[in-house]
Write a protein that binds this ligand. Structure first.
Ligand SMILES: [Cu+2]
Length: 642
């Protein structure tokens, strides 16, 4: 398709220039002191009605939203500046909240621990080590366990590891018995907590190409060739691909976002999703031991998924012709922070799209499926998360998270078993844990007036009309209020959800709709009274539906770091607002229960989790009926064709 809009789309992320303009404005308005950290600067998205009214002709004012934190006063501030009129549109201070830890704080925290005399003394006492140059210090969020310091200070509780040499995989040697506590405001170690002494695990295990000792030699090249180029078009951060169009977004907190996703049908670009984002995630660990019981990371609200994104310039794993997008952010001192090639976009062959052979005519008709992949990968200390949006030719949308990287591991005494985890190597174990993700899907399905139906498949009772007791039917419950909408997956009823338009009907008189199809999921194992669960109310239900509010973006609330909990979805939906025939937002929480395996060591083969959205009465027929057959090629010896 051709992109018709000549002007920049109002939802395109801030450019590097705009980010710096926002920094300069905030400085000019006296909102930045020598002890201020810039936590994030991102696009303040224009009001929805303005975006809906956008035709490509008019320019919509550009605004930046900044989160600032003053270490001297332990105070957070939010500001909005107009990049169009250079005005300070709003500024407010928030006391008692801790915004996301910045990348600079990660680095400074490591340096503070390595320079701490108390830490050095503990290391010497427990392990006989003087040299800290091989110690790795991973910033771990402190959480909130009800103490005065958890409530009133900006804290981190790093985990430490010891490499054997400067490029060794240090995660296989946890310094289990020492836990420094760092005040991120003064950037000082306030104390070093010492526990029992665990010897360093004796093993050594690396994965880097230059250190792996035995590499298999039976792999021949597999190349993807696109001699006429890719089938997508790009203008700024706007993308067109076959019938799809959308805007790629990115910010320090959520990382990759998708906006204004539409499908061209019969000459019309029909809106489907206004905004899709990962709003939060939490990784609670299940070991109650004194050195492990506090481990639970909120990777979005505490670390910033965008801030932790990889530059795929060097380490991209996509095949074919790739379009990269850069991410423009700011470091904590207001200097430009560009993650080059933070987002990768490419096309993939995806097997059979559809096929039928008319047996009597012997005329096989087959089409190959192709999908557009938009992805980004974040490294949060030991772990990697890949975020992959897939668009398909049949109108399906898939979100898949790829979990890889390195397990968070602990040391064991010789001969000790791991009741709450798995031993992966001698004296080295990985505790059981879960990964819960929360995604926000702001639907605009053929317009803003939508409803959500919960679909349960139920069997009919035996009756005269059901003499063979084979009958079952789909029962749709239109969700009317927020509390009614809170729900879990249910395998017994093959439960799904359907987002429908309240005013657009399809060719057979039914509301146009898109189906939400969940994938793997879990329930939280920790008690509802566990400290982390108070802060992660979004894990209490798999599905939530809210009426659209532009200030309701994050499942655990705006500031989950060290929060005392109760914020976000749990609080908003307590209002039990009406959600029928309105602009609805569908939220989905999905969990991966990770019982580690020795095969997850030293680096984990990717695990996958996600969901699908499929048109369901949105189109009049299979929208991929018009995909032409692939060009026939002469068979290469030894090849076969599907
Ligand atoms: Cu895991």
């Amino acid at each position: 398709m051709a992109l018709a809009i000549a002007t920049r789309h109002p939802l395109e992320p801030l450019s590097a220039h705009e980010v710096q303009q926002a920094v300069a404005l905030l400085r000019g308005f006296g909102k930045v002191t020598p002890t201020t950290r810039f936590v994030s600067i991102s696009l303040k998205e224009p009001r929805k009605d303005l975006v809906h009214a956008f035709t490509g002709e008019q320019t919509i004012a550009r605004e930046a939203f900044a989160v600032l934190f003053d270490n001297a006063t332990n105070t957070c501030a939010e500001a909005v500046v107009s990049l169009t009129t250079s005005e300070l549109l709003s500024h407010r201070t928030l006391s008692g909240v801790q915004p996301t830890m910045t990348v600079d704080e990660q680095i400074e925290c490591e340096q503070a621990v390595l320079a701490s005399p108390e830490f050095k003394a503990a290391l010497k006492k427990q392990y006989g080590i003087d040299d800290t140059s091989l110690v790795m210090v991973d910033i771990w969020s402190a959480g909130n366990y009800g103490s005065e310091e958890d409530r009133t200070m900006r804290l981190a509780r790093p985990l430490c590891f010891l490499r054997r040499d400067p490029t060794d995989n240090g995660y296989v040697r946890p310094i289990e018995g020492i836990r420094p506590v760092v005040d991120l405001n003064t950037m000082r170690v306030i104390r070093v907590e010492e526990f029992s002494h665990w010897p360093l695990p004796p093993g050594e295990c690396n994965y880097a190409a230059d250190r792996a000792t035995d590499v298999r030699k039976d792999i021949k090249p597999l190349e993807i060739v696109q001699p006429e180029g890719p089938s997508f078009e790009v203008d700024g951060y706007r993308v067109g691909w076959q019938n799809w169009s959308f805007v790629v977004g990115f910010n320090a907190r959520e990382g990759l976002t998708l906006h204004d996703l539409r499908y061209r049908d019969d000459g019309r670009d029909r809106p489907i999703l206004y905004r899709a984002s990962l709003t939060e995630m939490v990784v609670p660990y299940g070991d109650p031991g004194p050195t492990q019981r506090r481990k639970n990371a909120f990777d979005v609200g505490e670390y910033g998924m965008g801030m932790c994104a990889n530059s795929l310039e060097l380490g991209c794993d996509c095949l074919g012709l790739i379009k990269y997008f850069d991410a423009q952010m700011v470091d904590s001192r207001g200097e430009p922070l560009t993650i080059k090639n933070a987002i990768c976009m490419h096309e993939e062959d995806f097997g059979i799209l559809w096929k039928h052979t008319d047996r009597r005519l012997n005329t096989p008709e087959v089409r190959r499926s192709r999908r557009l992949v938009v992805s980004s990968v974040s490294t949060v200390e030991n772990y990697e998360y890949g975020f992959f949006w897939y668009l398909y030719q049949d109108g399906s949308i898939q979100f898949e998270i790829k979990l890889t990287g390195i397990l968070s591991m602990g040391a064991l005494m010789p001969g000790e078993k791991a009741k709450y985890g798995s031993i992966v190597a001698p004296q080295l174990y990985a505790p059981n844990h879960q990964h819960f993700f929360n995604v926000r899907l702001d639907f605009d399905l053929d317009g803003a007036s939508n409803s959500v139906q919960q679909i349960d498949v139920v069997a009919d009772e035996p009756s005269e009309a059901n003499p063979y007791e084979n009958a079952f039917q789909a029962r749709a419950t239109t969700l009317k209020t927020e509390q009614q909408a809170r729900a879990h997956l249910n395998l017994e009823t093959a439960r799904t959800w359907k987002i429908i338009s309240t005013d657009k009907r399809n060719h057979v008189g039914e509301p146009v709709g898109y189906k939400f199809l969940p994938g793997d999921n879990s329930f939280p194992m920790a008690s509802p009274n566990a400290w982390w669960r108070k802060r992660a109310g979004f894990v209490n239900s798999h599905v939530w539906v809210t009426p659209y509010r532009d200030d309701e973006k994050y499942g655990a609330g705006d500031y989950p770091n060290q929060s005392s909990g109760g914020d976000g979805l749990i609080k908003w939906t307590a209002q039990d607002r009406p959600i029928e025939a309105t602009d609805v937002v569908f939220w989905y929480t999905f969990g991966h229960t990770h019982l580690p395996r020795p095969e997850d060591y030293p680096v984990m083969p990717t695990a996958y989790i996600g969901f699908m959205l499929k048109p369901n009465g949105f189109f009049a027929m299979n929208p991929a009926n018009d995909v032409p057959p692939s060009a026939k090629k002469l068979a290469v010896k030894g090849s076969c064709c599907h």
